[in-house]
Design a protein around this ligand. Structure first.
Ligand SMILES: [Zn+2]
Length: 253
C-alpha cells in the first residue's frame, strides 16, 4: 500500500512538473520583413487560410497570442477558433490535401454533378437580401475549393446554421467570423472617403480575411499608424482593417 501511495505521489509530482504553471501557447504567423503578412494566426503550422498573396518572401514565425494580437492579427477561423468549420449536411469523402472550405479558388475539386447537389447558396443569399437586411451575424459568403459555399457567421452555432439551411434550402460550410458584414460595410464606406489621403489607392472588403483591406503606396510603420489612428478615432476596431502595400492603379480587391 505504501509503495502504491509513493508511486502515486511520484506520478503526481511528475505531472505537475510537466505542466508549467504559466504555460503560454504559441501560435504561427507569416511575416514578411517587419510586417505581418496575413490577417490570421494559426495553431496548425501548415494552415494558410486567409493568406494574402504577396510577392515578398514570407517566413513562418512562432509567437505568443498576445504578440500576434498586438499587431491586429486574429485567430484563424479554420484552426484557431473553438468553432470548427462545419458542413450543414453530409459532405462527400474528401481525398485532397486542401481542406474543402479553403478559398484559393482556382480549381473546384468536386465533380460538377455533386456540386450541383449543393445548390447556389450565393444567389439564394443575394435574393434573400433584396427583401431583407443582412442579419446581425451574417459575415459574407465565398465559393470554396470544393465548389460548395462557405458562409461566415459571428458567434456561429449549429442551430444558427440549421436556420440558414432551412431558409436557403441547401447545404454549405460554416466558419466563424469576428465582424458582421454590416460592421464591415460601415467601415468600408468610411475608408472609401480616405482614398487619396495617406497614399491610399484601394479599399474593399476581403470576405475570407473578414476585414476591410486598405491598399496604400506608403506602408511605412509611421503611415500605417496614421491610418489605424484615424480609423480608431471614428470608433473602428483596428483588427477589422488590413493595410497592405499597393501601387497606384492596383486593383487587388
Ligand atoms: Zn489556420
Amino acid at each position: 500500500m505504501k509503495k502504491l501511495l509513493s508511486l502515486a505521489l511520484c506520478i503526481l509530482t511528475l505531472l505537475s512538473c510537466a505542466v508549467p504553471a504559466q504555460a503560454e501557447s504559441k501560435v504561427y504567423v507569416r511575416r514578411s520583413g517587419d510586417y505581418y503578412a496575413e490577417p490570421y494566426y494559426h495553431k496548425n503550422a501548415a494552415c494558410s487560410f486567409g493568406l494574402i498573396m504577396s510577392s515578398d518572401t514570407q517566413r513562418l514565425v512562432k509567437c505568443s497570442v498576445a504578440a500576434a494580437e498586438k499587431n491586429y492579427v486574429r485567430p484563424c477561423p479554420v484552426c484557431a477558433y473553438s468553432f470548427k468549420p462545419m458542413f450543414t449536411g453530409t459532405f462527400p469523402k474528401w481525398t485532397y490535401s486542401t481542406p474543402p472550405y479553403y478559398a484559393f479558388g482556382e480549381k473546384h475539386y468536386l465533380p460538377v454533378a455533386t456540386r450541383a447537389k449543393y445548390g447556389n447558396t450565393n444567389e439564394k443569399i443575394e435574393q434573400w437580401r433584396k427583401t431583407r437586411n443582412p442579419s446581425a451575424y451574417y459575415a459574407g459568403v465565398y465559393l470554396n475549393d470544393s465548389g460548395t459555399h462557405t458562409v461566415l457567421m459571428t458567434k456561429p452555432t449549429a442551430a444558427k446554421a440549421a436556420g440558414w439551411k432551412r431558409m436557403l434550402g441547401t447545404d454549405f460550410w460554416v466558419i466563424e467570423a469576428k465582424y458582421s458584414e454590416k460592421q464591415l460595410n460601415n467601415l468600408n464606406a468610411y475608408a472609401i472617403k480616405l482614398m487619396g489621403k495617406y497614399g491610399i489607392n484601394a479599399v474593399g472588403i476581403d470576405t475570407t480575411a473578414n476585414r476591410v483591406s486598405i491598399g496604400t503606396n506608403d506602408n511605412s510603420v509611421a503611415n500605417m499608424k496614421k491610418i489605424y489612428n484615424v480609423l480608431k478615432s471614428k470608433g473602428y476596431p483596428q483588427d477589422a482593417v488590413w493595410i497592405y502595400k499597393s501601387e497606384p492603379g492596383s486593383s487587388d480587391f
